[in-house]
Design a protein. Structure first.
Lengths: 354, 175
């Protein structure tokens, strides 16, 4: 293990991608993720890779499509409104089964909204902001160290399943600095892409086609069925979650990203008042860690979902809890972050109603 | 655990001051977090950052109750005074902040840091002077770690200034 370094979340994303072997980055600046592009611009040339500040987000995602088609590790990053622009390309990439990593450092919306942190892109990333029946693994780090580890993991998952993978963090995670320790060597999954990547046939083999167009119904349905089988496989193998203090908890709070860390402080505050609070922190938002909720549903009577949104993840929480316990919600929007006292107050209210 | 809010105008070096403390904490193998304000208020308005230095794991990087605040303008004092824990420490650049805290349950250190910095011939030392007092009264990090952090953060062309920065730190500690 190397030295502990003090780095910004956004810079760590870029460094992690480079360590994971990403040598092709295409992006367009937008707060609060611009440092990803800054870092890439600085480092990529030294490493002999390709950095392009594209003319738009639409161009950037299609450049990633092109690079990924050639079998190289490629990435783009943006923030909410920019991700909206990329959605067509993301859907095409999912359809064409292209491994790539897409970073969304979420700011508050809708529309141009503001630049402050938010989690209001949950529906967009988890439920599919683009068209068609597709799913993307969505990884949600809660610290700078985890950001590093999950970016490396994202490239591996992308290559293992030939699928775009998303890292979703709120603006604070991109902007904050924490200690990070990099491994000497990254655990890189080496995929054999020789069967599909468009690397040039030199007329020695049949040409490869990377496409998402299937005009005939049965052909497209077969393709869709294949995708669904792949998604089932991802669900089985790649679900990640942190459960903390849940056994015998009076209330189980669920939150991801920065909010989960605030909840960890709340757990200590509540303990002083004799209330046992648990935390389920989804690390993958898709696949959603439903099993963790199923395990405690009916045993713990009250779940509290806290988000920097008007209530998006709560839908998946309710599906998993399936009516066996009450599911409460607390959220803030507009760049406001649910505070420690606010969350504690929600817990007190739930306890008073028991 | 020390939870410190640093606040002032954009351009005073508030975010760098926070970074110096976080880096010094890292030098001591502590857990640290540095969270900047990055909202639209930075443009010509106020800038602030939340710095946590702890032996234990840092939970929320967002400070709810501060053990100390450093303020370099009046609006920042008004905004962050209430964040202080009872018994907390307020370090104030009295060259720039005419009205002192209303609270009686906190320790106030008013230092004319900007004037002192001008006298030392470098206005940018104001922040380091205030950090000198912070280190002196909270012991959040040692001066040795602070010096090491300066060497790590500042670009080599500015390393020549570090002995003077350390003198400014000392002046703040002694004031």
């Amino acid at each position: 293990m190397g030295e502990r370094l003090l780095m910004k979340g956004n810079e760590v994303i870029a460094e992690a991608a480079l360590r994971a072997g990403c040598r092709h980055y295409f992006g367009y600046p937008i707060t609060p993720q611009t440092e990803v592009a800054h870092y890439m611009a600085k480092k990529m040339e030294q490493l002999g890779g390709t950095f392009v500040q594209a003319e738009s987000e639409v161009a950037a995602i299609n450049m990633v499509y092109g690079a990924a088609s050639c079998g190289v590790r490629a990435m783009t990053s943006s923030s909410s409104p920019g991700i909206s622009l990329k959605q067509e390309g993301i859907s095409y990439s999912a359809g064409a089964e292209l491994p790539m990593v897409i970073i969304d450092i979420v700011r508050c919306g809708p529309g141009l909204g503001g630049i402050l942190p938010a989690q209001c892109d949950y529906f967009q990333m988890v439920k599919g902001g683009g068209h068609g029946d597709y799913s993307l693994p969505v990884l949600a780090p809660c610290s700078v160290q985890e950001m590093y580890e999950l970016v490396v993991e994202a490239f591996n998952i992308a290559d293992r399943y030939r699928n775009p993978v998303v890292i979703m963090g709120d603006g604070y995670l991109g902007q904050m600095m924490e200690a990070v320790t990099f491994r000497d060597e990254e655990p890189i999954y080496k995929a054999d892409k020789s069967e599909w990547a468009t690397t040039g046939s030199e007329l020695k083999r049949d040409h490869h086609t990377v496409t998402s167009i299937y005009i005939e119904a049965d052909v497209l349905e077969a393709h869709n069925n294949k995708l669904q089988r792949k998604y089932a496989e991802i669900k089985k193998n790649e679900t990640r979650v942190e459960e903390f203090n849940c056994e015998g908890a009076d209330v189980i709070v669920t939150a991801y990203g920065t909010v989960a860390r605030i909840v960890k402080n709340v757990i200590k505050d509540a303990e002083k008042e004799g209330i046992k609070v648990g935390l389920i922190r989804p690390i993958t938002l898709w696949p959603f860690p439903s099993e963790s909720f199923e395990k405690y549903a009916g045993k713990c009577n009250d779940f509290l979902c806290v988000e920097m949104s008007a209530g998006q993840m709560i839908e998946d929480v309710k599906l998993a809890v399936n009516g066996r316990s009450a599911v409460h919600f607390y959220g803030r929007t507009g760049g406001n972050v649910p505070s420690q006292p606010e969350i504690l107050e929600q817990i007190r209210r739930i306890m008073a109603e028991k | 655990m020390q939870e410190i809010i640093l606040a002032g105008f954009g351009g005073q070096g508030i975010l760098s001051m926070g970074k110096f403390i976080a880096m010094s904490g890292l030098e001591e193998n502590k857990n640290v977090s540095w969270l900047p304000s990055y909202g639209p208020e930075m443009r010509g308005g106020t800038a602030n950052c939340n710095v946590i230095v702890a032996e234990e794991e840092v939970g929320s990087p967002i400070i709810n109750k501060a053990t100390a605040i450093i303020v370099m303008n009046q609006p920042s004092l008004e905004k962050f005074e209430d964040y202080l824990l009872p018994g907390g420490i307020a370090i104030i650049d009295s060259s720039l902040v005419p009205v002192m805290p209303k609270r009686a349950d906190v320790s106030v250190y008013a230092i004319p840091a900007t004037e002192m910095a001008y006298e030392m011939g470098n206005a940018t030392f104001a922040g380091v002077i205030l950090l000198g007092k912070l280190i002196e009264v909270t012991g959040v990090v040692s001066r040795e770690s602070f010096e090491k952090a300066l060497y790590k953060i500042l670009p080599p062309k500015r390393h020549g200034m570090i002995p003077d920065e350390m003198k400014a730190l000392e002046a703040g500690a002694k004031y």
